[in-house]
Design a protein around this ligand. Structure first.
Ligand SMILES: C[S@@+](CC[C@H](N)C(=O)[O-])C[C@H]1O[C@@H](n2cnc3c(N)ncnc32)[C@H](O)[C@@H]1O
Length: 256
């Protein structure tokens, strides 16, 4: 995956940090020894963990040097490692593995979550949040534009769309045998956006990236114009000109 742009991602920092707050609020641990933030990005989710657990060793892990640079600047007291979470193994004293908005990028993430859970000490917590928005207009339009432009035959563009998440039952059947307690829930956020075009800006920092990164500057412009046209048609302004971005998310909290 192309290096993520930390600056673009942080344009909507308040909204993007709400789900990890909601996830962390459900974590029952009082004083975990080591806490790892998988896919820590620019450190916004890591900062929440450091505030809640000032006595713990807090580690951020990400595969993007750009994101890690930003995270290190923001949180000089935390440790950060560059790694691929698909092959990473936690230290034995890792009591909390937190992964906000990262697992959805790995198609085999259910098996990775099971593996991680199995390595954790008894009472350890695996806490995961993923966007469950592949059936929302904003994501459907990404696929439609990807399939219809001059870029339609580019193998990277063809592979850019995320698969739908498995249903909650699939996570339950896979994870429950390896844990003492599991909590699975959905929240649907309705983010207030300044305009429909702001929805394009939002997704430029996340799910549009794999569509855009294989393209040259002119093709990117064309892709974004076609996408924004569809967004403007589907996301109607409210009485004050603002637009609501409906955003379903899946939360999973498993206690070893
Ligand atoms: C959407 S950002 C989430 C940032 C932050 N956790 C938050 O709560 O806002 C996803 C991050 O996951 C990272 N990432 C994607 N695939 C990864 C992988 N296989 N291993 C480690 N990090 C990965 C990306 O570089 C990006 O920084």
């Amino acid at each position: 995956m192309e290096d993520w742009s930390a600056r673009q991602y942080l344009k909507f920092e308040d909204e993007r940090t709400r789900p990890p707050r909601d996830l962390l609020a459900q974590v029952p641990l009082v004083r975990p020894r080591r806490v790892v933030d998988l896919g820590c990005g620019p450190g916004n989710s890591t900062e929440l963990l450091a505030e809640r657990y000032p006595q713990s060793d807090i580690v951020g892990l990400d595969s993007s040097p750009d994101m890690l640079r930003k995270a290190r600047q923001r949180l000089p007291k935390c440790s950060f490692i560059e790694a691929d979470l698909a092959t990473w193994t936690p230290e034995p004293d890792t009591d909390l593995i937190f992964g906000n908005a990262v697992m959805q990028w790995l198609p085999d993430h259910p098996a990775i979550m099971r593996r991680l859970l199995e390595t954790m000490p008894q009472g350890g917590v695996l806490a995961i949040q993923m966007p469950d928005n592949t059936r929302e207009p904003a994501l459907i339009f990404q696929r439609e534009v990807g399939e219809s432009g001059p870029w339609a035959d580019d193998p990277e563009v063809k592979a850019a769309a995320r698969d739908d998440l498995p249903p909650p039952e699939a996570y339950y059947d896979l994870l429950k045998p390896a844990c003492s307690h599991i909590d699975i829930w959905h929240s649907v956020y309705n983010h207030v956006m300044g305009s429909a075009a702001a929805i394009t800006e939002w997704f430029k920092g996340s799910s549009l990236q794999p569509f855009l990164s294989p393209l040259d500057a002119a093709a990117r412009e064309k892709f974004l114009a076609a996408y924004t046209q569809k967004i403007v048609g589907a996301y109607q302004p409210r009485f004050d000109g603002k637009v609501l971005l409906r955003f379903p998310r899946l939360f999973i909290l498993a206690v070893r």
